[in-house]
Design a protein around this ligand. Structure first.
Ligand SMILES: CC(C)(COP(=O)(O)OP(=O)(O)OC[C@H]1O[C@@H](n2cnc3c(N)ncnc32)[C@H](O)[C@@H]1OP(=O)(O)O)[C@@H](O)C(=O)NCCC(=O)NCCS
Length: 177
């Protein structure tokens, strides 16, 4: 981490910087950035939505995380619920803090920034567990989540808007360090 500071982020004010990070880290087309922009701003209206950012000494945003207490009526929850129920895991949707996005700019990856962002945001959650979805293939994200105690709750989860299937993962809080 060295000179990178992790702390509260006004994501609504810095949504374009955050999506620029996500676009290069995760791969988003300009059209997808436009769609995500609306979704992020809508998510930030949800009760308990919170965000942390990672910034350089010059104030450049190089990573961010945001999430909120899960609500079974939210679109994400309605999509994953049947998959979790099929595995007997749908109780994970209650009293759970959802990690909605976590991204670190590639030039700043492998410096424990991602680990710090997700550990810090969940550390102040009042919920006893956390859930998230990640593309269902081996990746730095999946490796990081497993190290923090997340395990697979469902695999091969298909979101109508996504080209690739996802895995849904859950971990007890606080995360393993
Ligand atoms: C996932 C992501 C946020 C991790 O951020 P990061 O700052 O690079 O991660 P960290 O440096 O904190 O790494 C944490 C752990 O993940 C593991 N990890 C990181 N990169 C890895 C890689 N390329 N291969 C395997 N494991 C890796 C490391 O083992 C590390 O463990 P350690 O802290 O015990 O050494 C980042 O890779 C990213 O933005 N990826 C693209 C976007 C994405 O997939 N986001 C998640 C969507 S679900």
């Amino acid at each position: 981490m060295n000179d990178i500071a992790v702390g509260p982020l006004d994501l609504a004010a810095r949504v374009d910087e955050a999506l620029a990070v996500q676009a290069v880290a995760f791969g988003l087309t300009p059209e997808e950035v436009g769609v995500r922009r609306h979704i992020v701003l809508r998510h930030l209206q949800c009760p308990g939505a919170r965000s942390l950012g990672a910034t350089t000494p010059e104030g450049r945003l190089v990573g961010f995380v945001y999430g909120m207490p899960n609500d079974r009526t939210h679109w994400w929850s309605t999509v994953v619920e049947p998959y979790l129920r099929a595995n007997g895991n749908d109780a994970w949707l209650d009293d759970s803090f959802v990690i909605t996005e976590l991204h670190v700019h590639p030039a700043f990856q492998n410096r424990r920034i991602g680990r710090t962002l997700i550990t810090d945001i969940t550390a102040t959650a009042s919920e006893p567990r956390s859930i998230l979805s990640a593309i269902d293939k081996e990746s730095p994200a999946r490796a990081l989540y497993r190290k923090l105690g997340y395990r697979d709750l469902a695999r091969n989860v298909v979101f109508p808007s996504a080209a690739r299937p996802y895995a849904v993962m859950g971990a007890p809080l606080p995360l393993q360090t």
